[in-house]
Design a protein around this ligand. Sequence first.
Ligand SMILES: NC(=O)c1ccc[n+]([C@@H]2O[C@H](COP(=O)([O-])OP(=O)(O)OC[C@H]3O[C@@H](n4cnc5c(N)ncnc54)[C@H](OP(=O)(O)O)[C@@H]3O)[C@@H](O)[C@H]2O)c1
Length: 346
Amino acid sequence: MKNRRFILKTHATGLPGPEHFVLVEDEAPEPGPDQVLVRNHFVTIDPAMKGWISEAKNYASVETGATMRAFGVGEVVSSRHTDISPGDFVCGMTGWQDYGIADATQPFFRKVDPDHGPISTALGIYGISGLTAYFGLIDIGQPEAGETVVVSTAAGAVGSAVGQIAGICGCRTVGITGGPAKAALCTDIFGYDAAIDYKTESDLAGTLKSACPDGIDVYYDNVGGATLDIVMTMLNVGARIVICGTAATASWSPPPQGPRLERAILVARAKVQGLIIFDYAERFPDGLEALHNWAAAGQIVWREEIIDGLANAPKALASLYQGDNMGRLLLGLIIECNIQFIEIKQ
Ligand SMILES: NC(=O)c1ccc[n+]([C@@H]2O[C@H](COP(=O)([O-])OP(=O)(O)OC[C@H]3O[C@@H](n4cnc5c(N)ncnc54)[C@H](OP(=O)(O)O)[C@@H]3O)[C@@H](O)[C@H]2O)c1
């Protein structure tokens, strides 16, 4: 069986682009014990890919010449897993390729029931995005009713779920996002109490202060950089900061300069904690159950943007760092859909 796959040509020092990848064609891989071969229907385009293909120290990395790492969901073609048969749907770390191996020992490996909604949701609200939002907010952010929760990349896959979960917890929610269309999504679709477009806002600090009259109790940070610097000046005593992503920093070499934050942390007795979602793998079923229940009750909506065709993967990744996506960015490998926007409410 022929298999097209993107391999990493060179490590990136800044933002990833098409120059870092090359498309090759060879035979589809053979599954080993506890593995299945999957015909990918959808694969992910993730902000984390910048770190995965850089040479800087990271929690995960891709070697040059290796297939680009990505989450995927699709139909099982052959199986060496006792509970999974050809024709089943699974998600796992299947890579930017037509056919990938999903390994039962990998985080995010699971059988997907297509009766529970489009299988693409296993890569978004019922996958890495929803689970990252859930565990980051609930475990680290520990929101309490009446508190103010600020979220960056507020209209994105993770951010939109964080805002809605914080709303379910009875918090005031303030989203920071890029562009008027995304700010409108935040308030009109994702239920934020206020949204700020940091790209056109000339006084981000002043506007954020007005949007958070009682200060900030939880900051779910997906960007770091200058936005984090501003939020740190508005923390309430006992604030929690969830460090989930650093989208605003294109390169860590040389390290970017900014204000020292230790005084703000000390005065607010704030807790700052990093999150790597893989650490929560054993608790994914609990997170999925909560997300399914909220969706079934109509309390959570989500948005996906699906770009057609494996060949578009590097271009789609580059566009993610321009903030072009208006939902969970996925690549559709089977369905001829061009660009599709899906808003789903169960
Ligand atoms: N720690 C973990 O385990 C974990 C797991 C999953 C995701 N994450 C992180 O969660 C964050 C959101 O991920 P996602 O999958 O939901 O993506 P997303 O928010 O749907 O898309 C990425 C967004 O990042 C923002 N962005 C891109 N380049 C930027 C820049 N130069 N400056 C400021 N913002 C920029 C854009 O939103 P705006 O237009 O709103 O700025 C863009 O739409 C990312 O930082 C990702 O790394 C972390």
